[in-house]
Design a protein around this ligand. Sequence first.
Ligand code: AMP
Length: 222
Amino acid sequence: MALERAFIFLGPPGAGKGTQAKILARRYGMPHLSTGDMLREAIAQGTKVGLEAKPLMDRGELVPDALVTKMIAERLESGDCNNGCVFDGYPRTVNQAIDLDHLLQWRGMGKPVVIEFRVPADKLLRRLSGRWTCSVNGETYNIYEAPPKVEGICDFDGGKLIQRPDDRPEVISERLAAYEFRTRPLTDYYWRKGVLDVIDGSAPMEDVTKAVMKIVRRIGGR
Ligand code: AMP
């Protein structure tokens, strides 16, 4: 059953947004829109956007608003988001949020459902520094909390696990600072609009999924 709503997963890097966004999107057949994944894809393809984004991403800084919003606007054009979608890592600044409001209104997608994932700083550091990703299928692991069966190897396809360049300790602190200064104000922005739900992102993964589903049921999903 389509939910016909745009979900926005808000929270610092390492809060579990990506994992939960994938679960929700899969369960309801909605597209999962991660600007981080789109940018990494652009870098891998060597596009103009990729070339512009790479040095900023490597330093843990945000890429310009206009660049990500254009990417999202083009993605929404394809029409498969009209029955709902999950935004993960977008918007990240108040300007992006304002742009997204306009885009959603323009496409008749109504008010978003915004879920903020709260996680204490020490836990975020542990999650980010322990995160390894399959180089083949993008599956993520955490060497402390959810390790693969064999060290360095993906459980599903045997792919080599790699660490994201921006999950190195010196970059992590920059990304957390970018969240504090540029993205944190969004919680206030959405709270004022009456569309914000807050959940405990530090709970075990299944419990976080349950908390997300509780919100889904409240808005009429099953
Ligand atoms: P993520 O995979 O969401 O952690 O994003 C990785 C990096 O991509 C971030 O540290 C930023 O450099 C860049 N990025 C992703 N989404 C955005 C966004 N909405 N606005 C600006 N920069 C972004």
